[in-house]
Ligand binder design. Structure first.
Ligand code: PLP
Length: 403
């Protein structure tokens, strides 16, 4: 009899967005006349920029002619895409060879697939609250997960202590869900720790394009990261590719453990387990990194940034404590009056028809907090923020929810 992967039994029920959808559907059935205001989505609302659309059309036309048609493309990425990403890093002073950059169909896929490189006996460290895929992908692979608590006492930016146990370290900066961003000194502390311990950092940079202040976009801005870090990035939030699917992963050639070179291992992995990513999509991704493409995606990001500013302004006016929102598309607020995060979700839905994301959905450390997203439509965001300001600034706050 075939034995299934029993580690799937160890997964916790992933009910966050399902549960939200159920609650919203029930409310809608009861109150079809009331419009809902969404501040919960992690998906983007702006379309692909014109330069990307132009590149998509041009690549499709190439595929229509025998003379320009492309069949299989190199598994690790077409040279134009890898060079374009290397050029993007070079603007911030990070020198990478194109062969250190691997195209992917998005960060989620990579966060799971990359675990192939590591022995499952090595525990993974996850800072919590966390993007749920880190934990679930590790559990599916039979890996033990160790949690490091992020909270107001460390500004949601925990650092390693000498007793910290971890061989594989997930870091996400700017963070989903807290919006917190590590400084260069803090990232350096993680890199030094990983190099001392022989650990490997999986650095999720999916939100790097949202950084406005002078903070590191890449872990390779630190000293020594090329010997201990893999960076996983995505065009999903940077350039609106959530439905189009494209990302990239950086594995430096200097990254070795026990005499095995992780870059060479990943080449072997990709050339065995994939036949590459669509030529058309890679051409679209290459267009993102042109001068015009970068200017156009910045216009979209400016819209989300303005949404975040509107949310922060409302929370300031209501006297609510929050984190994030300045260098990230997520605002992480403390639920008022010590409310639990699902109770606060119910309160917002029932009283002002605003939908957010309960912090508890990102792990136990998220209890008592709530995530608001800046990815929505500007008008809807303004209306929702105004409602939150009026509800939380009115002093009535939680009375009804607790009744
Ligand atoms: N990493 C983080 C922190 C995310 O929030 C997300 C998506 O929300 C992803 C990765 C996945 O991105 P992709 O769409 O590239 O799979």
């Amino acid at each position: 009899m075939l034995k299934p992967n029993g580690h799937y039994r160890d997964l916790k029920e992933s009910y966050l967005f399902y549960h939200i959808a159920q609650k919203v559907a029930a409310y809608r059935a009861e109150h079809p006349e009331l419009p809902l205001h969404r501040l919960g989505i992690g998906d983007v609302s702006r379309p692909l920029c014109p330069e990307v659309i132009r590149a998509l059309h041009a690549a499709v036309e190439e595929q229509a002619e025998a003379r320009t048609f492309h069949g299989y493309v190199p598994e690790c990425g077409i040279p134009a895409f890898r060079e374009a990403v290397a050029g993007y890093y070079a603007r911030r002073g990070v020198r990478l060879a194109p062969e250190e950059i691997f195209v992917s169909s998005g960060a989620s896929d990579e966060l799971g697939d990359i675990l192939d490189l590591f022995d499952p006996s090595s525990p993974a460290l996850v800072t919590e609250p966390a993007y749920p895929a880190y934990v679930d992908a590790s559990v599916m692979a039979g890996r033990r997960v160790v949690y490091l608590h992020a909270g107001p006492e460390n500004d949601f930016l925990p650092l390693p202590g000498e007793e910290t146990e971890a061989d594989l370290i997930y870091l996400c900066s700017p963070n989903n869900p807290t919006g917190a961003v590590y400084t260069l000194e803090q990232l350096q502390a993680w890199v030094d720790f990983a190099n001392r311990r022989g650990a490997v950092i999986l650095f999720d940079a999916a939100y790097e394009a949202f950084i406005a202040d002078d903070l590191p976009h890449s872990i390779y801005e630190t000293e020594g990261a090329e010997r201990c870090a893999i960076e996983i990035c995505s065009l999903s939030k940077t350039a609106g590719f959530t439905g189009t699917r494209l990302g990239y992963t950086v594995i430096p050639k200097a990254l070795e453990r026990e005499g095995m070179n992780l870059n060479a291992m990943w080449v072997r992995n990709r050339t065995t387990k994939t036949n590459g990513i669509s030529y058309v999509l890679q051409k679209a991704g290459t267009a993102v990194f042109t001068e015009t493409g970068l200017a156009q995606i910045r216009d979209n990001i400016r819209v989300y940034r303005e949404n975040a500013r509107v949310i922060l302004q409302a929370l300031d006016a209501a006297g609510v404590r929050y984190w994030g929102g300045r260098n990230a598309p997520y605002v992480w607020m403390a639920c008022p009056d010590g409310m639990k995060s699902w109770d606060f979700f119910d309160l917002l839905l029932r009283e002002i028809q605003v939908i957010g994301t309960p912090g508890k959905g990102f792990g136990d450390s998220g209890e008592g907090f709530f995530r608001l997203s800046a990815f929505g439509d500007p008008e809807e965001t303004r209306a929702a923020a105004d409602r939150i300001r009026r509800l939380l600034g009115s002093g009535t706050r939680t009375g009804k929810a607790q009744a």
